[in-house]
Design a protein around this ligand. Structure first.
Ligand SMILES: CC(C)(COP(=O)(O)OP(=O)(O)OC[C@H]1O[C@@H](n2cnc3c(N)ncnc32)[C@H](O)[C@@H]1OP(=O)(O)O)[C@@H](O)C(=O)NCCC(=O)NCCS
Length: 183
């Protein structure tokens, strides 16, 4: 057992997932709404990406940990930022660079040579093929697939099941196969 991991969150989906992974990893942890003064190691598990980012930005980087499900695969040469959460059977491939606060849900894949912007979210089963780049705070819906070498602009949402075959503009919503911009 390792001591003193604090999971900052409400009883929302992300916090529950973080608690489950922490338990499976053998951490002694507590779930708090606010940062206790004495905390040595912290992960911020608020569903809201902006709120997560705001709190992480106030913490010393060496205090913030990542939570990797024991059944996830993270390539030894992948680079992860801080406050990264990787779910069951998710994959982070070779030479991938994953920004702070990225959430890779169960069964999602961040393939080789991806560069993933901070606070990007991958829903269950989402697949980013090789050499994909995303800006910050991209939301990839469950089961969506992004073609190799494609860029997704910052703040963009890909709907559940979308198949993105061309670069996506920032701050936009794309759905369908092939994915088209909504609105
Ligand atoms: C893309 C998304 C964000 C759009 O939400 P929204 O803005 O509320 O959009 P609406 O539900 O009003 O739908 C707008 C149009 O897009 C279509 N649409 C919405 N989501 C779609 C999807 N995933 N695939 C295909 N079409 C979709 C709707 O049918 C509707 O079409 P219409 O105007 O012809 O009727 C949402 O539908 C979605 O897919 N969210 C992802 C959820 C998810 O995967 N969460 C992670 C779980 S782990």
């Amino acid at each position: 057992m390792t001591n003193g991991l604090v999971i900052i969150g409400d009883h929302d989906v992300l916090a529950r997932q973080a608690c489950e992974i922490a338990r499976l990893c053998g951490h002694l942890f507590s779930l708090c709404r606010e940062m206790p003064v004495e905390a040595q190691r912290v992960i911020v598990a608020l569903d809201d990406a902006d709120a997560r980012a705001e709190i992480v930005a106030c913490l010393p980087r060496n205090q913030v940990v990542n939570l990797i499900h024991p059944r996830a695969f993270v390539s030894p040469d992948a680079e992860l930022g801080i406050n990264v959460l990787v779910g069951a059977n998710a994959i982070i491939g070779s030479n991938a660079r994953v920004g702070d606060g990225v959430i890779a849900n169960a069964l999602s894949s961040i393939e080789h040579d991806n560069v993933i912007g901070a606070y990007t979210f991958l829903g269950t089963g989402a697949i980013l093929c090789g050499n994909v780049t995303t800006g910050e705070r991209v939301f990839v819906g469950g089961g969506a697939t992004v073609k190799p070498g494609t860029c997704v602009g910052a703040g963009t949402t890909l709907g559940a099941g979308a198949v993105l075959v061309k670069d996506a503009d920032p701050d936009s919503v794309y759905v369908g196969n092939p994915a088209r911009r909504l609105g």
